[in-house]
Design a protein around this ligand. Structure first.
Ligand SMILES: O=C(O)c1ccc[n+]([C@@H]2O[C@H](COP(=O)([O-])O)[C@@H](O)[C@H]2O)c1
Ligand SMILES: Cc1cc2nc[nH]c2cc1C
Length: 346
């Protein structure tokens, strides 16, 4: 459906050259573990033996969800707009970590009900929140395509400004319900296996959320493509992340994937074009109940396991220094020859 998102498979020949370079470093072969595969992956993405990060940037997409009115979140819907203001003011966790690690930051309104102020926000509103997907499609196909385009366009702009690594985050009260429904639809799972406590529901709240989601999935039952599931039960910020990921891979930009909702967007993107995951770094496995299973379905090996459940892209920024370390060792470590260190015995 999205022919414009042409994605090239990574070059395996270059992978061999990168592994050779890594194996000449002063360390037992493979001893830098997952950092070695990271260095190799980024070299392949950038098509060079000397990869480097330029203008790393976090883009957070925010939107409201009609399903929030069914009481599926521990927090009220207005928190979405209030947190957007917090992002603008630089006071959210993701802002703090972006400053710590030198990432640029952008907040995009893809469909927040009512902003407190438009200042400092990229205004790309598709609608004032989705419809409740309990007994309707969350959005029309046209709205879904519009939200996908918002994400793609933000990535195109970041690329024009020189970014070759992008992290994506999201903000949207009730979006763990949406992500659970997407996961259930796209993977053919029972939604009770995909649901979790989100912002912190208690047992009773979790039971209610599960019942709401089961009723919604009954309403939407059928065989659908990932993009159809996205329109039926998704959110504007999730659709924007799908577009952002596909555009980033199309442009050979490294993608940092955050938590459960971001991973649900990665799942949709991967079902639209399976090559997109070659450009993704899965930054962490979080505490949301179904995140582990979702990552397994994506065959992802997350870098961190910190029981995070915040979203906003926070886990992606926390993993960023590891990505930097992968490139620094590739660039700066001495080789056995240059350092005069003896190799492994035959
Ligand atoms: O990314 C995650 O793994 C994650 C897990 C739980 C909650 N969140 C964040 O919390 C909000 C959604 O939680 P909820 O309970 O309102 O569905 C949304 O703004 C997400 O950014 C994020
Ligand atoms: C305070 C708060 C901050 C968040 N950041 C992402 N999702 C969030 C949800 C809440 C409730």
């Amino acid at each position: 459906m999205h022919n414009k998102f042409v994605i090239e498979a990574l070059d395996q020949g270059l992978a061999e050259a990168l592994i050779n370079k890594i194996d000449l470093k002063t360390k037992p072969q493979g001893s830098l573990g997952q950092l070695e595969s990271l260095a190799c992956q980024i070299g392949q993405i950038q098509q060079t033996l000397e990869p480097e990060i330029r203008q790393p940037k976090m883009i957070v997409f925010a939107a409201d969800h009609g399903i929030a009115l069914e009481g599926v979140s521990a927090f009220p819907q207005e928190v979405t707009a209030q947190m957007v203001q917090n992002f603008v003011n630089g006071g959210a966790a993701v802002n703090v970590f972006c400053r710590q690690h030198g990432l640029d930051f952008e907040i995009v309104d893809v469909g927040v009900g009512q902003l407190l102020s438009e200042q400092g926000v990229q205004l790309c509103k598709v609608a004032n929140g989705t419809k409740s997907f309990l007994n309707a499609d969350a959005m029309s196909k046209a709205q879904c395509l519009q939200a996908i385009d918002v994400g793609a366009e933000r990535v195109a702009q970041a690329a024009r400004e020189g970014s070759n690594l992008l992290a994506f985050g999201e903000m949207g009260i009730a979006n763990t319900a949406s992500a659970a429904a997407i996961m259930a639809g796209c993977l053919g799972l029972d939604v009770s296996d995909c649901v979790g406590r989100g912002t912190g529901l208690d047992d009773q709240g979790l039971q209610h959320k599960t019942a709401v989601l089961q009723q919604a999935m009954q309403y939407h039952q059928g065989e659908y493509s990932a993009q159809q599931w996205l329109a039926k039960v998704g959110g504007f910020e999730i659709a924007a992340m799908v577009g952002a990921m596909l555009e980033a891979a199309h442009r050979r930009i490294v993608i940092l994937v955050d938590g459960f909702i971001c991973s649900a967007a990665a799942l949709v993107a991967s079902q639209i074009n399976p090559l997109v995951t070659q450009y993704m770094i899965f930054c962490h496995q979080g505490a949301e109940h179904a995140h582990q299973r979702l990552l397994e379905a994506l065959e992802a090996k997350p870098l961190l396991d910190l029981a995070l459940r915040l979203g906003e892209g926070s886990g992606a920024v926390l993993a960023y220094p590891l990505v930097e370390s992968a490139l620094v060792f590739l660039k700066e470590m001495a080789s056995f020859d240059s350092a005069g260190v003896s190799r492994e015995r035959d």
